[in-house]
Each structure stands twice: as structure tokens, then as C-alpha cells.
Ligand binder design. Sequence first.
Ligand SMILES: Cc1cc2nc3c(=O)[nH]c(=O)nc-3n(C[C@H](O)[C@H](O)[C@H](O)COP(=O)(O)OP(=O)(O)OC[C@H]3O[C@@H](n4cnc5c(N)ncnc54)[C@H](O)[C@@H]3O)c2cc1C
Length: 460
Amino acid sequence: MNGGISFWYADDGLPAVREPLPGDATADVVIVGGGYTGLWTAYYLKKSAPFLRITVLEQKFCGYGASGRNGGWLYNGIAGRDRYAKLHGHEAAVRLQRAMNDTVDEVIAVAEAEGVDADLHKGGVLEVATSPAQLARLRAFHERELAYGEKDRELYGARETAERIRVADAVGSAWTPHGARLNPAKLVKGLAAAVEALGVVIHEMTPVTEIRPKHAVTPYGTVRAPYVLRCTEGFTAALKGQKRTWLPMNSSMIATEPLTEEQWEAIGWAGRETLGDMAHAYMYAQRTADGRIALGGRGVPYRFGSRTDNDGRTQRATVEALRDVLVRFFPSLAGVAVTHAWSGVLGVPRDWCATVTLDRATGLGWAGGYVGSGVATTNLAARTLRDLVRQDSGQAGRTELTELPWVGHKVRRWEPEPFRWLGVHGMYATYHTADRRERRHPATESSRLAKVADRVAGRH
Ligand SMILES: Cc1cc2nc3c(=O)[nH]c(=O)nc-3n(C[C@H](O)[C@H](O)[C@H](O)COP(=O)(O)OP(=O)(O)OC[C@H]3O[C@@H](n4cnc5c(N)ncnc54)[C@H](O)[C@@H]3O)c2cc1C
């Protein structure tokens, strides 16, 4: 099956759609976008101030975007941490990292408290290196994470790695406990139900065409509210005036048929860690609750003019490329059937730094630009948006969260087309070439090509 939003829905069924906005309305807070960011924000705001009238407006259905399509890595990575360390000092970035570590447990705890069964399993994150250059990057990465206060992580050699999981050519790996596997669609579906049960109003099939201070405009009417929060991530470019704010980057995934016991025995992976590598065009994977491998990476990275979606349909070449990665990792799966393929968009700011902001002058807020790390980050962003709204409305003062370095961060916009398209395609073509070179000519030095691409793209 190709498209159909994602495998997670093929498995669990698409949700029944809620009623669209019936006409003009008012609220205390209006949230645009029914993904994790919007729903977690509604959840925490309503929990902290039950009297608030909160409306969520979603263009399709809650979980239509990346929140219903991702790789299900609930982990402590946050886009932009190293840059925030440069801008605000090391200690500020350590606070941000600690908040992210706690966020993994916060999501697990709330899912449990709200009775959301999202197939959660906290086995940590295992990142493997399959070449000397990747191993050098892995060690540097491990040292950096230790410096940000992650004392409980571990570095493994080839033998210890194989005891956990048998990835062909693995020369080492690094493990952190701050990660869990989940079924993303089950989380977003459960979260929407929990939010609704608290008394938040959700209107689906309601696209917001324009956001301006105190107004969210839709074809069916306008919702007026003192606070309008934009939680539209990879779809942001379609909103009036936001074309060059965050670039919609594609990520694609495949899922195999359920593997047999013998196949699992050959691979190992009993700890069900989320699995990644250190390639420049990296892969990410999980062992699903029903015994498949779901694996993702970059396909066609970006469509001209910031076009976003066709319900997850994925090009054949991308499916083949991901299948090649699967078989390169696990040669014993050469004959296994790939049963599902899908894609989604994530939001990439010009400096690759996630942000959360409330503009006190206008009441407009937003959170996003998570790049590929939003499953946990959205929860931290939402609790921060809650604190910012409560602070602005005089219900509370500053909190630890409102003082984190990613709050209120500003960045310039992306270049106009065709430079945007050329830049992103050039960057990923270079990453793939760099990965191929590192595989063919093993060296401990990372390919210089990738470093140049990083610099041009504004990543480092
Ligand atoms: C294939 C893929 C794999 C990924 N894997 C991982 C992973 O394993 N771990 C990880 O941490 N992160 C991962 N990510 C990123 C992560 O999924 C996202 O960062 C996160 O889901 C973002 O949530 P969100 O609510 O901000 O955005 P979204 O989930 O995209 O939600 C935005 C919502 O807003 C709605 N919307 C947009 N525009 C409008 C409008 N104008 N009016 C009304 N509604 C609108 C959309 O329909 C959508 O439902 C992955 C992303 C993709 C695409």
C-alpha cells in the first residue's frame, strides 16, 4: 500500500472526522493545527485553566500531518541545541537538554494517565556506525551528549552492538535511555480524544486561510480570540504571508510484513530500541508492536514552491532506496515484503532551530521548526506555550520553561524559488554522495563534501 496517509492508519483505521466550523465564533484561545503541537497545547492550557474556551481548527483531521506519520521515536533530541549553546551559553543549552530528557517521561506518564495506548516501549535509542567515518562521528556525538549532562548513555564496540542487534558492518553504537518507541497515530488519536473530553472544541475539515492578530479566518467563518496559536509545522508555507518561514521537507518511510520468529532471532533487537545510523542522509527505524520493521529516511527532500502533500504517496525510487537501506542493514531480509510506504512533511527553519514564541503585542504565538525531532519536542513546546499564555494574561509569572533559550528565537526567512529548491536538492544530493564515498573508501575523516553542504544549508 502506497500513501493512505501512513501505515499507522492502515493498521489502526482512519479516525471518524469531526464537524467543521459552523460559522463565526469566539474563544479565549484558538489553535490552528491538530497535530501534537496543537493538541498538547490545548491539553495543558485546559488542564491549567479549565475555564478557558479553547478551539482547535484542523484542515483535515487530527493527526493528518507528521504526527500521524512519523517514525515513532519519542526521544530527547531537539533541533538547534548546539546553536542555542553558541547564542545563549552552554548552561542554557544544558537546561534545554534536561527539559527534553524529562519530556520523554512526561509523554509516557500522560499517555498512561489518560489511558492512551500508543504501544509505548521505553527501550532507549541505539545509533549504529557502519563505517570508520561514521564511527568517528558517533564518538564525537557521544562526547557532545555527555557534555550536555547526559551521564547515563553508553558507547558500544562491534561485539556489544551485535549482542543487541545484528546490523551488517556495524563497527560500534551509542545508546541513550531517553527514548521510547510508539505508534504515532495511536498517540495523536488518543490525545485528540483526551483534549475533547476536557471540553476543548475541535473542528476538522476546516482550513485556516489567514491568521492575523485576534483572528483565524476560514472559508466557513472567522474565530476571534485574544490568542491565536499557529501549530502548522510543515504546512505553514500555505498560510498567507508564511511562504518562506519554514521549508516543508519530506521524509519517507516503509514498513515490512511482520517478520517470523526465526527472522527476529537472526536480527536480535530484543530491547526494541529505536534504531538510527550516523550517515549524512541518516535512516531511522523501529520494531513495531506487531513485529514489523518501520524504516525511514529522506526521499525526494523538497518539492518546488513548497508544495506539500498528496496523502503520503511516495515515489517508487524512494521506496526502492529505503528498501536498499533495509537490506544493507539486515541482508537476511532480502526476500521480505515491503507492505507499506508513505511520506510526510516536517518544518525546517533557515537556521534549523526549533522555536516557541508568543508575541505579546499581537497575541500571536507559534511553535515548530522541529526538523526531524518533534515527537517529544512538541510536548515541551506546548507546555511552554501554555506558560507564555498564562504569563501574558496575568495568570502566572515566569517559569523555568519560559526562560529556555529557544523561546522567542528569530531567524531570517528562506530564499525565494528557484534558490530554495536548488539549495535543498543540492544539499541532499551531496549528502548521498558523501555517504557513498565513505562506504567505498573507508576513512575516519568525515567527507568534506558533507561539511560544505551543512554550511551552505545553514545547519552548522
Ligand atoms: C515521515 C516522518 C517521520 C518522522 N519521524 C520522527 C520521529 O521518529 N521522531 C521525531 O521526534 N520526529 C519525527 N518526525 C517529526 C515529527 O513527526 C513532527 O515534528 C511532529 O509530528 C510535528 O507535530 P506538529 O503538530 O507540529 O505538526 P503536524 O503533525 O504536521 O500537524 C500540523 C497540523 O496542522 C494542520 N494544518 C496545517 N495547516 C493548516 C491550516 N492552514 N488550517 C488548519 N489546519 C492546518 C495539518 O493538517 C496538521 O494536522 C517525523 C516526521 C515525518 C514526516
